[in-house]
Design a protein around this ligand. Structure first.
Ligand SMILES: Nc1nc2c(ncn2[C@@H]2O[C@H](COP(=O)(O)OP(=O)(O)OP(=O)(O)O)[C@@H](O)[C@H]2O)c(=O)[nH]1
Ligand SMILES: [Mg+2]
Length: 186
């Protein structure tokens, strides 16, 4: 009988931050969402955008599969953000480092996720390889968090994404063990 554990985690972040790329490249099995042509003012930034969700499975070992749920990035789909987060153990939040506009978008969305629940959130700063990228320190100040909470990460590099997910799993385990310790000390 297969007693594999399944950990659901969210891959989120604003439009164009690298969610679909991360799920496509890191997953052992995947079912990515509908990428459709971007319309209106978004088309100047990007040809295709995701409507609906991206989904992928990452086999960590014989005992654990991670199910990755990618949210749509555009704010007009924010009604899905809460629904998709149900049952998630943690969140990978991607921030596109390459423009102030993108960081402003991330600020609002990060606020939403940090108020949604107390699940661990790991922040991956994408596009750090681009010449116009803002510094990790700047992004941390904008989001109002410590810069040690942000990991530079390129979703086009599988190892980077794996490291982000492992860092999140470690936080999830750490949090669960603290919760158990608290329960035992009552
Ligand atoms: N050079 C570079 N390109 C990146 C990086 N991260 C993402 N990209 C590129 O940015 C573009 C957007 O990536 P997507 O994965 O489609 O972003 P998304 O978050 O799924 O976007 P939406 O579905 O529209 O919300 C793609 O062309 C990626 O290859 C990075 O760290 N460096
Ligand atoms: Mg996408």
């Amino acid at each position: 009988m297969n007693n594999k554990e399944i950990a659901k985690i969210l891959i989120t972040g604003p439009f164009n931050s690298g969610k679909t790329t991360l799920i496509k490249l890191v997953s052992d099995e995947q079912l990515t969402g509908n990428d459709v042509e971007a319309t209106d003012e978004l088309a100047q930034y990007k040809a295709m955008t995701t409507v609906g969700l991206d989904f992928g499975v990452l086999h960590i070992d014989d005992d654990l599969d991670v199910h990755l749920f990618g949210t749509p990035g555009q704010a007009r789909f924010n009604f899905m953000w809460k629904t998709l987060s149900k049952g998630a153990l943690g969140t990978v939040f991607l921030v596109d480092s390459s423009s102030q506009n993108a960081i402003d978008e991330a600020k609002q969305m990060y606020q939403f996720y940090s108020e949604l629940s107390d699940m661990p959130i790991i922040i991956g700063a994408t596009k750090q390889d681009l010449p116009q990228a803002k510094s990790i320190q700047h992004i941390a100040t904008e989001l109002g968090i410590d810069d040690t909470r942000i990991i530079p990460s390129n979703p086009c590099i599988k190892e980077d994404s794996k490291n982000l997910i492992i860092a999140l799993l470690e936080e999830i385990i750490e949090k669960e063990s603290q919760t158990q310790d608290a329960a035992f000390s009552v």
